[in-house]
Design a protein around this ligand. Structure first.
Ligand SMILES: [Zn+2]
Length: 410
């Protein structure tokens, strides 16, 4: 078979790193071995680390880049929801499309190749966000696989007309259904309705859940109960769960075991959680980030994700998942190389598992999706927030990012 490319001297492998050549033909990986002898265009990457693209499980493209339209003062979750709800009334499909496109392009340039984006649906915005993101999903399929999770940010049972719109979005191809019980007048009622719709349309579920640091009341147990009852293990994710940062180790361990046994995955969103939590403290501010690396120890599937970019929930953002992994490691006080490497897993292989992606990874037969990082080891990638040098999707180059260099005397 004629090869399209041989990537020489790539560092791959999690438990045991190895230096190999990767052969690409017809957009797929057709061989992985040392010293592949064949005539083909080559690129020697000199032992640099290769990952199969970063995997973003939780980002809101539709409400990114709106800081100039909002005037947040307190920095609380309630204020962020209210500010965006007000700004959203002026969104048009074209406006959403333009902002989301710039955020999506930024994510591609940071090496993200798979993405789950949450999209708000309610009677004010209708399906404008969904339609805009669906266009982008198609137009950028050459560089990134996007799945759309429609959800009721401002509540479901308290917001008549929303359920019909969620159903319409599912009928028009929404990939997942999401929930946000903490904004609902009846959180458990919402959880029940979301599971009912998921079963009706055979969709995975992704909840925004338990998003404060008061652990006296949690919806997590109800989500686990419904997951088990529906037989939806491995198909449910909960995001934020910042309440897990506020409980003692014994209760944390019991909940972690329950999550692992039930097949409920967890996404932590460090930039948003750090920005919004603990606002009623004027000193010793709690960090409010769930200990994902400890959940991993119990067998829970976890990812680290971006959530929001340049809006009242998170007035920061460059869409870099390697930076997000570093931020998590820093705030979680992680420094050991094996734990730093597991932070890389939480933006690559683990989110791929969370999203039930069946063709992810550097393996023969998989799509030739690569991101080459300017480093030679996994812990270093996280510790140093290394830059991706270039990326390939289905065997085609999708971006380049040449390394910065000094111009001494030039
Ligand atoms: Zn979110």
């Amino acid at each position: 078979m004629a090869l399209d490319l041989i990537l020489r001297n790539a560092c791959i492998g999690a438990a045991e790193p190895q230096i190999v050549d990767i052969a690409v033909a017809g957009g797929r990986i057709v061989d992985i071995a040392s010293g592949i002898a064949a005539e083909a265009p080559e690129e020697d990457i000199d032992g640099r680390l290769v990952v199969a693209g970063f995997v973003e499980t939780h980002i809101h493209l539709d409400k990114s880049c709106i800081l100039d339209r909002c005037k947040s003062q307190r920095g609380t979750l309630a204020e962020a929801i209210a500010e965006v709800a007000a700004a959203k009334r002026a969104f048009s499909e074209e406006d959403i499309y333009q902002r989301a496109r710039s955020t999506l392009e930024r994510a591609i340039l940071q090496g993200t190749m798979r993405m789950r984006t949450h999209v708000e649906v309610d009677p004010r915005i209708g399906l404008k966000g969904f339609s805009a993101i669906r266009r982008l999903k198609q137009e950028y399929a050459w560089a990134i696989d996007v799945e759309i999770c429609v959800f009721p940010q401002e509540g479901l049972l308290n917001d008549p007309g929303t359920e019909e719109l969620l159903v319409a979005a599912c009928e028009q191809g929404a990939d997942l259904i999401g929930g946000c019980p903490y904004t609902d007048s009846d959180p458990h009622g919402q959880i029940a309705r979301i599971f009912a719709m998921a079963r009706q349309f055979d969709r995975d579920i992704d909840f925004h859940l338990d998003f404060d640091i008061d652990p006296s009341r949690m919806d997590l147990e109800e989500v686990c109960r419904c997951t088990k009852a529906a037989g939806w293990g491995g198909r449910v994710t909960v995001g934020h769960v910042t309440k897990l940062s506020a409980i003692r180790p014994e209760r944390f361990a019991a909940i972690a075991t329950r999550l692992a046994d039930t097949g409920v995955a967890v996404t932590v969103l460090p930039a948003t959680d750090l920005f919004l939590m603990g606002r009623d403290h004027d000193h010793d501010v709690p960090r409010g980030v769930a200990a994902a690396h400890r959940l991993l120890d119990h067998g829970v599937v976890c990812s680290i994700a971006s959530n929001n970019v340049l809006n009242p929930f998170t007035p920061f953002g460059d869409c870099s998942l390697i930076r997000m992994a570093n931020l998590y490691a820093n705030v979680a006080q992680i420094g050991r190389p094996s734990e730093l490497a597991s932070c890389l897993d939480m933006v690559t292989a683990l989110p791929a598992k969370l999203m039930n992606l069946r063709n992810y990874g550097i393996a023969i037969g998989n799509p030739a999706d690569f991101v080459v990082l300017d480093c030679t080891d996994r812990a270093g990638a996280v510790a140093e927030i290394v830059r991706p040098l270039f990326g390939m999707k289905n065997g085609r180059r999708t971006f380049v990012c040449p390394p910065a260099r000094l111009l001494r005397g030039e």
